[in-house]
Design a protein around this ligand. Structure first.
Ligand SMILES: *Cc1c(COP(=O)(O)O)cnc(C)c1O
Length: 492
């Protein structure tokens, strides 16, 4: 007697109930962009302790609806412009459901030629979108953090082999915190990472990189890799990729471009123009769970000379010898850290095929238009000031305050909190050159012009004398400054 078996009709009923619940939630326009709760409240609702006896599935769904699902962000909300939104689609979610229900394994060709081929197809799309050659290879991972780590491991294995004390990494002060974490995990000490100053527009200039590389090489260090950004998380800044690639080529250094959120702008004409040179990078991170509207989790790493990925990661294991691949039969388990890996490609394939690429191009174009609308409205309003040029869906600005930086930060943090409290939407904040900035990231396919206008108008006109109920609470946990403390000592 199998205690975990579920009868056919019961399966159907459970599935239908679950889908009904989801459709209700997804179609509910009143779900707020965020509902916070304290650890105390959550502990009271959801005590520890594993239930020994079975519980009714219906009752569990009810508990989920009451005690869990209300307490989270709803990043598909049309007013959600905080951090980097992850706004999925229903067909993509069904892809995850299929992958999960069948527990589909995509580690070896032998155990999944169908799913492996689908993942190859998805990587082929991505290669095509960014102008990569056919010999490039890709691997789907949990997100941009894992992709950046995988890329830097591949760079080190390719150019150096085992870690040594001379290997040196170059990142901009706008690099994402995950780059710092990847460096740390790979064994780079803080003094092996150069945090280079970006220019006034938050871009990493090639001369800055070339100067640092030359100085290090002369001092006996081994310049290993430069990490550029194509869509820096703070401001959307795109580093001059062509020129960075030229510097890297000249010095035998790997160029990795972190395009985690911005890369899929390449589907649009203006995005492709803005990302010129991306195809020259040795490796590129892109997150389908950001601007390709896939549900969490889905990150992707592409490596231009594809065989290098396998060379960096493949390890022969006796107990897997039955699964060794023949010609053209790729074992995705050999291309990264994960051996047991799920079918992340399915949601991408299913949703993009269902809607068609043109629909994604339009959705991304719309988001770019809306960010432009925000920028225009800010430029036209004397009460507001732009804090960065803004690119690829991100706009940094704030309410003008004539009383010094501390007061400007206090007032604007209060406005960020007040906007959250209004329930209309959610924005986050950052700091640029020591200046507080309100940060709008417009990526969602659900966002409309009126949502962007409402946000900008709120910051222009809301009263500023309220005390902040949650000052600073909207700061992004993934911003570079979290890791800056670890990296700063390395900067010149
Ligand atoms: C989001 C982001 C990351 C981290 O990706 P995760 O999917 O959150 O792991 C890295 N780099 C950039 C530029 C990002 O926007």
């Amino acid at each position: 007697m199998n205690p975990l078996a579920v009868d056919r009709e019961v399966m159907r009923a459970m599935g239908h109930r679950t889908v009904d619940l989801l459709v209700e939630l997804l179609a509910d326009a009143d779900r707020p962009p965020l509902r916070r709760a304290s650890a105390e409240e959550m502990a009271a609702r959801l005590p520890f302790g594993a239930p020994e006896a079975p519980q009714d599935f219906e009752a569990l769904l009810a508990q989920l609806q009451r005690d869990v699902l209300p307490f989270m962000s709803n990043s598909a909300h049309p007013g959600y412009m905080a951090f980097v939104p992850t706004c999925g689609t229903f067909p993509a979610a069904l892809g995850d459901f299929v992958a999960s229900a069948l527990s589909i394994y995509v580690g070896s060709w032998m155990e999944g030629p169908g799913p492996s081929r689908i993942e190859l197809v998805v990587h082929d799309w991505c290669k095509d979108w960014i102008g990569y050659p056919s010999e490039a290879a890709g691997v789907l991972v949990s997100g941009g953090s894992a992709a950046n780590l995988t890329a830097l491991a591949c760079a080190r294995e390719t150019l150096l082999g085992p870690m040594d004390d001379h290997a040196t990494l170059y990142v901009s002060d706008q690099a994402h915190a995950s780059v710092a974490r990847a460096a740390r995990v790979l064994g780079f000490r803080a003094d092996q990472v150069r945090v280079l100053p970006s220019d006034a527009d938050q871009r990493l200039q090639p001369e800055t990189v070339a100067t640092a590389i030359r100085a290090d090489a002369a001092a006996g260090h081994r310049p290993l890799a430069v990490v550029g950004a194509a869509g820096a998380t703070n401001t959307g800044a795109i580093d001059p990729l062509d020129a960075l690639a030229a510097v890297c080529r000249q010095h035998g250094v790997w160029l990795h471009v972190d395009a985690a959120y911005g890369g899929f702008a390449a589907l649009t004409e203006r995005g492709r123009r803005a990302l010129a040179g991306l195809e020259l990078a040795d490796s590129v991170t892109m997150d389908p769970h950001k601007w390709l509207y896939q549900p969490l989790e889905c990150g992707s790493l592409l490596v231009r000379q594809g065989h290098l990925l396998q060379r960096a990661f493949a390890i022969e294991q006796d107990y897997l010898s039955d699964a060794a691949g023949h010609d053209g039969e790729l074992n995705f388990g050999d291309l990264g850290l994960q051996l047991s890996r799920g079918f992340r490609a399915l949601k991408v394939w299913l949703s993009v095929s269902h809607f068609g690429v043109a629909a994604y191009r339009t959705a991304i174009d719309n988001a770019l238009d809306l960010a432009e609308l925000a920028r225009q409205r800010i430029a036209d309003d004397d009460r507001l000031e732009a804090i960065a040029p803004g690119e690829l869906g991100i706009t940094c600005f704030r309410r003008r305050v004539e009383a010094g930086e501390d007061e400007a930060a206090r007032v604007n943090a209060a406005l960020v909190a007040a906007y959250e409290a209004s329930g209309r939407g959610l924005v986050s904040s950052t700091r640029l050159d020591g200046r507080y900035a309100v940060r709008l990231c417009v990526l969602n396919h659900t966002t409309r012009a009126e949502d962007v206008e409402a946000a900008v108008d709120f910051f222009a006109s809301a009263p500023v004398d309220r005390p902040p109920p949650n000052a600073g609470g909207a700061r992004s946990p993934h911003m570079m400054d979290v890791a800056a403390g670890w990296l700063r000592p390395a900067s010149a």
